[in-house]
Ligand binder design. Structure first.
Ligand code: DC
Length: 222
C-alpha cells in the first residue's frame, strides 16, 4: 500500500479543496476520494432510516454496512445510496451540517477508516477532507492544507447556490459555516487541522487557477 502515491488536500468547507482535488485527479489520472461525501451519505442514510444523529453505536454499524457506490459522471461525482441517486441531496447545507454531527462520533470515524484507505489504488489517489493528511493517510506523499476566510467561503457558496437557482442569505451562510468550522476543529477525534508536513495555502484572495498552479508545482515530479 505504502508505495501507492497519495496526495491529500484538507481544509474547511468552501476552501476550494474539492475543486482542486478533482482537477488534480483528472490531470494525473489518479483515483479520487471525496471523504466528506462518505459522512454526508451516512447522515443521509441515518435520516432515511430515522436514526438519531447522535446514536453512535447504531451509526457505526450503519457506517460498516453502508451500501454506497461512487462513480464519475461527466466529471461530476455520482453517489448512489442503496441504489438511489443521492448526489444532489447530500450537497445541501443541512446535509453538510448533519454530516459534521455524525463525523464527530469516534466509532463512526473508526468504522469509515478502512473504507477510505481502500481507495488507495494504483496509479495513485487524490483525496480531500479534514483528516486525510493527519489520520487516514499520514504517510501521504504530498499534503496540502487549504484555507480561506469564512466570509469568502460563504460568498462562494452563495454564488454556487444562486447559479443553481437556490436563494440563500449570506449572513446565514456565514454563521452556518462558522458553526461547522468550530465543530469540525474542536471535536476530540481527528479534528480539522493541518498536518505538520502540509503545504499551507490561503485561497482568500487567490483564484482557483493560482491555487492549482501552486499545488501542481508541489508534485511536479509526478
Ligand atoms: O467536505 P464536506 O463539507 O463535504 O464535509 C462534510 C462534513 O463531513 C464536514 O463538516 C466534516 C465531515 N468530514 C470529516 O469530519 N472528515 C473528513 N475527512 C471529511 C469530512
Amino acid at each position: 500500500m505504502a508505495d501507492i502515491p497519495v496526495l491529500t488536500i484538507d481544509g474547511p468547507s468552501g476552501s476550494g479543496k474539492g475543486t482542486i482535488a478533482q482537477l488534480l485527479a483528472k490531470e494525473l489520472g489518479w483515483h479520487y476520494l471525496d471523504s466528506g461525501a462518505l459522512y454526508r451519505v451516512l447522515a443521509q442514510a441515518a435520516i432515511k432510516h430515522h436514526v438519531d444523529l447522535d446514536n453512535e453505536q447504531k451509526l457505526a454499524v450503519m457506517a460498516h454496512e453502508l451500501d454506497l457506490v461512487f462513480s464519475l459522471d461527466n466529471d461530476t461525482l455520482k453517489v448512489m445510496l442503496e441504489g438511489e441517486d443521492v448526489s444532489t441531496i447530500i450537497r445541501s447545507e443541512q446535509a453538510g451540517n448533519a454530516a459534521s454531527k455524525v463525523a464527530a462520533l469516534p466509532l463512526v470515524r473508526a468504522a469509515l477508516l478502512e473504507r477510505q484507505r481502500a481507495f488507495r489504488q494504483l496509479p495513485g489517489l487524490v483525496t480531500d477532507g479534514r483528516d486525510m493528511g493527519t489520520v487516514v493517510f499520514p504517510d501521504a506523499n504530498y499534503k496540502v492544507f487549504l484555507t480561506a476566510s469564512a466570509e469568502v467561503r460563504a460568498e462562494r457558496r452563495h454564488k454556487q447556490l444562486k447559479e443553481k437557482g437556490i436563494e440563500s442569505k449570506l449572513s446565514d451562510l456565514i454563521s452556518e459555516i462558522s458553526e461547522r468550522d468550530s465543530r469540525d476543529s474542536q471535536r476530540e477525534v481527528a479534528p480539522l487541522r493541518a498536518a505538520d508536513d502540509a503545504l499551507q495555502l490561503d485561497s482568500t484572495s487567490l483564484g482557483i487557477d493560482a491555487v492549482y498552479k501552486q499545488v501542481r508545482a508541489m508534485c511536479a515530479d509526478v
